[in-house]
Ligand binder design. Structure first.
Ligand SMILES: [Zn+2]
Length: 160
């Protein structure tokens, strides 16, 4: 397995446990995540001791394939808790940013100076996916202090 693959290993039991936390509805409807969240922003699911975003796990289960870690599971709908595989697609973080701008809902409130929302969300996602602050700082070529600052800003903003 190539090193840029996160390698989510899901047993049948994990899959069952995952769908048990989903409000499964019709093919075209949003399926809301009922499990744990990251400060009420995204669903998260723990597997083999690592937290993954629930939308990513939904796509991995439905496609039977892993998603390279430079790509994200993005929403066609505007519901970040939705894990209906029909509402998800694989794209880059910049697709996501573009979508967000197109929908004109880029959040600016509370944004630390000089750090874009895109960077904040990338750092947050990597942290959610189990990367340490040191891993993230090496990956994104930013200091560990800055990574820590971004994660703490998010924590204050989300009140968690
Ligand atoms: Zn949806």
């Amino acid at each position: 397995m190539s090193s840029n693959i996160l390698g989510i290993q899901l047993s049948d039991k994990d899959k069952k446990r995952f769908w048990f936390k989903v409000d499964i509805k019709g093919q075209e409807e949003c399926w809301n995540w009922l499990g744990s969240t990251n400060g009420g922003r995204y669903g998260k699911f723990k597997c083999n001791g690592v937290w993954y975003r629930s939308n990513r796990v939904a796509l991995v289960i439905s496609s039977g394939k892993d998603i390279p870690n430079n790509l994200w599971a993005l929403h066609k709908c505007d519901n970040s808790f939705c894990v209906n595989p029909n509402h998800l697609y694989i794209g880059t973080p910049s697709n996501n940013n573009l979508d967000r701008e197109n929908r004109n809902r880029a959040p600016n409130a509370g944004r630390p100076k000089g750090i874009s929302d895109l960077i904040i969300s990338i750092v947050r996602d990597l942290a959610n996916e189990g990367y340490t602050q040191n891993d993230i700082s090496r990956k994104l070529l930013m200091s560990q202090q800055r990574v820590s600052y971004i994660l703490n800003i998010e924590r204050y903003r989300n009140n968690v």
